[in-house]
Design a protein around this ligand. Structure first.
Ligand SMILES: O=C(O)[C@H](O)COP(=O)(O)O
Ligand SMILES: [Mn+2]
Ligand SMILES: [Mn+2]
Length: 528
């Protein structure tokens, strides 16, 4: 951001709360609060640790908002996600998020005035404009309506040959919905062709198997996409994308569709990426596009930083030594997202970020315990070493297994997450510290699609409609531990508190007052 020079980093002392307590900050990924029925895996699972946090100290447990406007998304219908959740947790303020910024830029036409559009329009005369991204209306990484506007806008401004490389979703939206999204896109492309623009789908594949890996967990995923998108090579060839998706769905869910390319009557791929072409990734969320961007030789991704003065940066300037840990698939969430989409430590002498390698080549319902216990152990050791003032983790299970739609496995996942929380809280007990347990958005607490009155929905064959996506439910936050000063409790005058209120709360627990433009703290210290 380059603004750091002018900022006064010194935080005021908190009037009553002491410094020097070890704080464990635990983020349960995909762990919301919802009515207790058989599709609420958190309720079904044995979670004695989380249950006791709720029951034993009512003044130190509450719900906070984790979706919609509370995390900077366009509407209250937008479910939460890891990026916006961890951004809000770490930044302590609410920033307009990618989805909203792209909406605004498309509506005002500003998107066509920037350097980026000028650069890609250089290819409009002789080359091809390639659009690559997640094709759904999930609103987590991308939105179909934005792609539609971009296609229209680019062709009106001179793009003559357009190829779309689609990634099917089924993770932020219902499994099976990709067929409809491809049909919609095909209709739009047909209209463009009627107007003389040579516009077609060129390749595709399921997001979790093709292209959209993150944090360098598995480069093979990106390679499969590269082969289809750049080289025009894939194990499956079709002349029509709707047909491709329908056929490949016979052996995989939308998330995992095999890569395919669209070919002409001579079996020749219709849209490999060639020198002189332009490529636009239409996902507004960066985590699952960074690897592709690197492969395409984009380098300066730090230029996209927008979120400044995060709580992590303040705390480091005030001497708070920090340890952050998760397994690969969520590692960037407690580091990169937490620090406002910024890579690396602020001060390596005071921070240690530890990544535990995730299992690769499996879907997480096969190993629903994931690396929860390993994360718990690393956090425990960091706490007991007394080398750190803040030990921050993300425990992925509720989310990663919840996304598979496998209810039984998600119950096992929630139990494992609860055990990891216990391990960390026990260590905090030993060092006289404080714990803060929360989550970034809902997922595992509701595994079915429901009607307006909350009844589970079935498809036309009578099968339950499984919800693989996140939810709009609030998430819990609990504080406690021997280091928590007597009389500290949640205030009752912040009823709409959300994830962005957590940063000021944690700063207080470290003995500091948050900057005045941070969302207010959730706690007060009353004299007994
Ligand atoms: O990228 C993903 O896995 C999903 O779209 C959203 O999950 P996350 O926001 O929990 O990462
Ligand atoms: Mn998440
Ligand atoms: Mn998720």
């Amino acid at each position: 951001m380059g603004s750091s020079g002018q900022v006064s980093w010194k935080l005021e002392d908190h009037p009553s709360l002491p410094k020097g307590k070890t704080i464990a900050l635990i983020v349960l990924d995909g762990w919301g609060e919802y009515k207790p029925d058989e599709y609420n895996c958190i309720h079904v699972a044995q979670t004695p640790t989380m249950d006791s946090l709720k029951q034993d100290a009512p003044e130190k447990w509450r719900l906070i908002r984790a979706h919609g406007k509370a995390v900077g998304l366009p509407t209250e219908d937008d479910m939460g996600n890891s990026e916006v959740g961890h951004n809000a947790l770490g930044a302590g303020r609410i920033f307009a998020q990618g989805a909203k910024l792209v909406d605004l830029a498309l509506a005002s036409g500003k998107i066509y005035e920037g350097e980026g559009f000028k650069y890609i329009s250089e290819c409009f005369e002789k080359g091809t404009l390639h659009l690559i991204g997640l094709l759904s209306d999930g609103g987590v990484h991308s939105r179909l309506d934005q792609v539609q506007l971009l296609l229209k806008g680019a062709s009106e401004r001179g793009a003559k040959r357009i190829r779309v490389h689609i990634l099917t979703d089924g993770r932020d939206v219902l499994d099976g919905s990709s067929v409809g999204f491809v049909e919609t896109l095909e209709n739009d492309l047909a209209k463009l062709r009627e107007n003389g623009v040579d516009a077609r789908i060129a390749s595709g594949g399921g997001r979790m198997y093709v292209t959209m890996d993150r944090y360098e967990n598995d480069w093979d995923v990106v390679k499969r996409g590269w082969d289809a998108q750049v080289l025009g090579e894939a194990p499956h060839k079709f002349t029509n994308a709707v047909e491709a998706v329908k056929k490949l769905r016979e052996s995989a869910n939308d998330q995992y569709l095999a890569p395919f390319v669209i070919v002409d009557e001579n079996e020749k791929a219709v849209g490999p990426i060639l020198d002189g072409d332009a490529v636009v990734t239409f996902n507004f969320r960066a985590d699952r596009m960074v690897m592709l961007a690197k492969a395409l030789e984009y380098q300066d991704f730090d230029k996209f930083d927008r979120i400044d003065r995060t709580s992590g940066e303040y705390l480091v300037h005030n001497g708070v030594r920090t340890f952050a840990c998760s397994e690969t698939v969520k590692f960037g969430h407690v580091t990169f997202f937490w620090n406002g989409n910024r890579s690396g430590c602020f001060n390596p002498e005071m921070e240690e970020y530890v990544e535990i390698p995730s299992d690769v080549g499996i879907t997480f319902n096969v190993q629903p315990k994931m690396k929860a216990l390993e994360i718990g152990e690393k956090a425990r050791d960091a706490i007991l070493s007394r080398k750190f003032d803040q030990v921050r983790v993300n425990i992925p299970n509720g989310d990663m297994v919840g996304h598979t739609g496998d209810i039984q496995a998600t119950v096992v996942a929630c139990k494992a997450a609860d055990e990891a929380v216990k391990m960390i809280i026990d260590a905090i007990e030993q060092v006289g510290g404080i714990y803060v347990v929360t989550a970034d958005h809902g997922n595992a607490e509701d595994m079915v699609k429901r009607n307006k009155s909350g009844q589970p929905l079935h498809d036309k064959n009578g099968n339950l409609q499984i919800l693989t996506s996140h939810t709009c439910q609030p998430v819990p936050i609990a504080i406690g531990g021997p280091g928590l000063a007597a009389g500290v409790r949640f205030r009752n005058d912040v009823p709409d508190g959300g994830l962005a209120n957590v940063a000021a709360t944690v700063m207080n627990l470290h003995g500091y007052v948050a900057p005045s433009d941070y969302e207010p703290t959730l706690i007060e210290a009353v004299n007994n």
